[in-house]
Design a protein around this ligand. Sequence first.
Ligand code: ZN
Length: 301
Amino acid sequence: MRAMVRNTVTALVVVASLGMPGLAKPAAAEPGRAVAWHLLRLPSPGPAQAIGGYAAGCLAGGVALPLDGIGYQVIRPGRHRYFGHPALLSYLDGLGRRVQAAGLGLINIGDMAQPRGGPMNTGHASHQIGLDVDIWLRLDLPRLPRTSRDNLKEISVVNGDTLDLVRSLWTPAQFTLIRLAAEDPRVSRIFVNPVIKLELCRSTGADRDWLRLIRPWYGHDDHFHVRLSCPADSPSCTSQPPVPPGDGCDTELMSWLPEARPPAPKKAGTPSPPRPNPTLPAACQNVNLTTAAGLAGANPW
Ligand SMILES: [Zn+2]
């Protein structure tokens, strides 16, 4: 039964994400019927819980991050991906305050999760349970009107030909930002481009504990990705194994450097290849359950 429920949820999500007439439009969705996660415009009611894994789960009782806060602004709000578990909101509130106190400028918060988490229709494989956030490496933007935040350009700090940092774009402020982001006990790991990790390894002195959480990964040359550990209030959250001991500046990092090349920019209009839909935990069926409130189109700002 359990397996059947899971398969039903997956099948409905697959159908919905393929654009099945009647399911793709919020107005045509019926209460009680599963719809694609990106069409759900408001969080589910009830207490917050991260359910399942970072790349196969959902978020109950999600909370919207205020689009402006001390030391940060949410960018691309039109994507409607500024929701998270309260632990993530608390983390970002604290980080913004520390960034402001350090005089680094304003941080730009990119994608978090959809109102109820779940798989996205474009982009990320993870960001599904409200514990992931992308933070841009750009620190040069002023606080912008909300209507001017949707067409901003990310700027890579990695030269794709030489696989060096672009020195004119990399400053001590970015170093400090990533370090501040890592120095919070709630952080499970932070993904950066291998070239950035190499720079952090070279620029850090004896106090190297925080480097352990900084993990090399594909892309991540114009932003870094913070992932929090499962919060205590979420027993169904699937944690990842802890990162290996050590600062990670050794042979493992060297093996990553050939992978450091940023992805080539996509030609306009090129669709992304379809990503297989993950099987979500059965509990996500309740989170997805359509209600009129869940499909209301208005942004909460
Ligand atoms: Zn990310």
